[in-house]
Design a protein. Structure first.
Length: 206
């Protein structure tokens, strides 16, 4: 199995952590690809050229949630909420939406200054701060090993991006429960080793 990824993609990060936690780290070949480059190997098999993208034989599977469900099938674990368990699906969808709005915000900040939309920056700021307040109110700090699920990994990846791009500088003081929750997860080796890094940062291009 091969995962096309970029090191700072939060969606790919979720897949990488899920593979490691499922004991599939050795079976998953990682291929760091360029984005928005016509010669990217991803474009040849998936027209929009996005990551994460999993290839296993003739299967070419986009979307982090589907990839994690596929990895679950291989590992025998369940990290993705099962359709039917609608409360879990709803919680997962909220967490994914949090990651999505953090991603939108971080992308906007990475554009050339003259291309940035003040409106989009303001909307994303409001949404992310609402998301933080919701998470601070609803999450419980794990007492033992933090449960790894697609739901919790969306929050981990969203907070990781938010911190990396310094989007909400006072978030820890404003949301102490969430900060303690985040510290517990950041101590998990697969999460620590997959954190976004300056070395992997690339400018956004068309
Ligand atoms: N909904 C997708 C989101 C994937 C996504 O946004 N990938 C970004 C990298 S983080 C990408 O490939 N962007 C390519 C582009 O913007 O051209 C998922 O869950 O996998």
């Amino acid at each position: 199995m091969k995962l096309y990824y970029t090191p700072n993609s939060p969606y790919a990060r979720i897949c990488r952590i899920t593979a490691i936690e499922g004991g599939l780290g050795d079976r998953l070949e990682l291929d760091w690809v360029g984005l928005r480059t016509p010669d990217s190997p991803v474009v040849a098999i998936s027209p929009l050229g996005r990551v994460p993208l999993l290839q296993d034989g003739d299967l070419v599977l986009p979307e982090a949630r589907h990839i994690c469900a596929y990895l679950d099938e291989k590992s025998g674990r369940q990290t993705v909420a099962r359709y039917g368990d609608w409360q879990a699906v709803a919680a997962e969808a909220q967490s994914l939406a949090f990651l999505d709005v953090v991603t939108v915000w971080s992308r906007e900040t990475r554009r050339q200054e003259e291309d940035r939309s003040a409106f989009m920056l303001e909307v994303a700021d409001i949404q992310v701060r609402r998301g933080l307040a919701h998470l601070n109110k609803t999450l419980e700090v794990p007492t033992g090993a933090p449960p790894i699920s697609f739901d919790t990994l969306c929050i981990v990846a969203g907070l990781g991006m938010m911190r990396f791009y310094e989007l909400v500088p006072d978030w820890r003081e404003a949301h102490p429960t969430l900060a303690a929750w985040s510290d517990a997860y950041d101590a998990v080796p697969s999460i620590a080793e997959s954190a976004p890094s300056q070395d992997a940062l690339r400018p956004l291009t068309r």
